[in-house]
Write a protein that binds this ligand. Structure first.
Ligand SMILES: [Zn+2]
Length: 117
């Protein structure tokens, strides 16, 4: 009985009609943190002895640093959205204070502004 309940809940979570931004945001936050930890490993690669390998490692590191900055920025937006969700201001545009369309929030759950803003 309990097993049937939990499996039907999983089905609902995957295809349910109700949109739960908190779950989407929490999942995105974990994904971004995992991603950050993964790229951080690329940046902390030991220096190669061969100068060419070294140069390539540096180029790769530059890209990884950009990626870390982008990911951190997104993580900040996701965490701010989690904060708004907890405050009860989630879904309100930070610019015009109008409602952000649900379609936009489904596409970008951490959106802080409506499409016109
Ligand atoms: Zn707006």
């Amino acid at each position: 009985m309990t097993k049937q309940c939990s499996s039907s809940l999983v089905g609902l979570a995957q295809a349910g009609p109700t949109f739960s931004p908190d779950a989407a945001l929490a999942a995105k936050r974990i994904e971004l943190i995992d991603h950050l930890l993964a790229i951080r490993g690329d940046v902390l690669v030991e220096r190669e002895v061969d100068p060419l390998d070294n140069a390539m490692a540096f180029a790769g590191r530059g890209r990884a640093v950009d990626e870390i900055n982008r990911t951190r920025d997104l993580l900040r937006q996701v965490e701010a959205a989690i904060g708004r969700f907890n405050d009860g201001t989630y879904g309100t545009c930070e610019e015009c204070e109008g409602d952000i369309l649900e379609a936009r929030l489904k596409a970008v759950p951490w959106a802080a502004c409506c499409i016109p803003c």
